[in-house]
Design a protein around this ligand. Sequence first.
Ligand SMILES: Cc1cc2nc3c(=O)[nH]c(=O)nc-3n(C[C@H](O)[C@H](O)[C@H](O)COP(=O)(O)O)c2cc1C
Length: 183
Amino acid sequence: MTFKVLAISGSLRKNSTNTFALKALQKIAPADITIEIADISDVPMYNGDLHELGEPKAVTELKLKIRQADAVVIATPEYNFSVPATLKNVLDWASRPPEPPFNEKPVAILGVSPGPVGTARAQYHLRQVLVFMNTFTLNKPEVFINHSAQKFNASGELTDETTQKFLLDQLLALKTLALRVKV
Ligand SMILES: Cc1cc2nc3c(=O)[nH]c(=O)nc-3n(C[C@H](O)[C@H](O)[C@H](O)COP(=O)(O)O)c2cc1C
């Protein structure tokens, strides 16, 4: 049976290295794992007044995709040692009723940065947020893609074979976790 993964990139820009990592994951994934990259560009900034008027369409659609996925992969950039507002905003919307879809959802996190620590600081903040949302976040293997300029080519393809192996190992571990916790 096909294992369905929804992938979320915390960067909206066209040439996002985090989105490139998710595209690489699509290529690396075995045939029985499908990876859809979510479009979060239409999700508005959270505002309780707006929410009271009804859940925005982009939020409803995203929550449905999360609910229908067997697992979620989040690729986060690091902004000022933390998670970008874009990603936190999406998680904030998804954490609200009706039917918050991240409850007990298997999640793997990774991140890409041009610097030496590969988003480690942002990833630990993200893990903390996901604790409150009661996800089953994969502990290991962690994937910190540092020095991004050396890992992706000018077309945005992940050329570094060691990183490809890290991504595959994490994806397979995510599937194992998801099958283990499935009720
Ligand atoms: C507002 C802002 C803050 C940033 N802060 C950090 C940081 O704390 N640590 C870091 O390694 N890179 C930082 N960067 C650089 C990002 O890692 C870099 O822009 C990265 O390519 C963003 O991911 P993307 O390629 O997926 O858009 C920052 C970039 C922006 C725009």
